[in-house]
Design a protein around this ligand. Structure first.
Ligand code: IMP
Ligand code: MG
Length: 181
């Protein structure tokens, strides 16, 4: 499908599923190299709802034991960040003394990731790493280290592969970009 309509906006085809899967293969290989022989069982922290598909695809490729947890945060209304990160559902487990790999769909301004790292440090996680499927490098101004980035994209609003526009668009397997024409 070349174009899709969600609510009042039209989005055009942007990143094919095959390219996303290849990028996930590469990032999973790096994580496997870092953890395969480490003897640690890290927590994979899925940031709901956007990361559901990415977390599932990433997990299938991991060759070491992980413990899966979730948290639900939100900051976007429509196509822009409100600047205010809300915890809509708290951590589903105890991270005390554990190593955590945050699994995010996209890092934009970095406010969400910075907030989440603070939450995990306050809960006494022993180590926090960040893995994101997408990064908008022009927008990211925070100091939090992004350990694993699958793909970089320009500063435009996108949907698909878990990402939504006001709740819609998460189920598309490819990524679509806001069509301004
Ligand atoms: P940040 O806090 O500005 O880094 O934004 C991160 C969060 O905003 C992500 O977890 C997404 O839920 C959402 N977000 C950022 N950019 C987009 C986008 O282009 N499409 C859909 N959601 C986005
Ligand atoms: Mg998200």
């Amino acid at each position: 499908m070349q174009k899709i309509k969600l609510h009042d906006k039209v989005f055009r085809y942007f990143i094919p599923n095959e390219r996303l899967e290849e990028a996930i293969d590469r990032v999973a290989a790096k994580i496997n190299d870092d953890y395969r022989d480490s003897g640690t069982v890290p927590i994979l922290l899925c940031v709901l709802n956007g990361s559901i598909l990415f977390t599932a695809e990433l997990m299938k490729r991991l060759e070491f034991d992980v413990d899966l947890m979730s948290i639900k945060l939100s900051s976007y209304v429509g196509t822009s960040s409100t600047g205010d990160v809300r915890t809509e559902m708290g951590l589903t487990g105890d991270v005390t003394g554990k190593e955590v790999i945050i699994v995010e769909d996209i890092v934009d301004t970095g406010r969400t990731i910075e907030n989440l790292v603070n939450i995990l440090q306050a809960r006494r996680a022993s180590k926090v790493k960040v893995c994101t499927m997408l990064l908008k490098p022009e927008m990211y101004k925070k100091d939090v280290k992004l350990d694993y980035v699958a793909m970089e994209i320009p500063d435009d609003f996108i949907v698909g592969f878990g990402l939504d526009y006001d709740g819609l668009g998460r189920n598309y397997k490819d990524i679509y970009i806001l069509d301004n024409e």
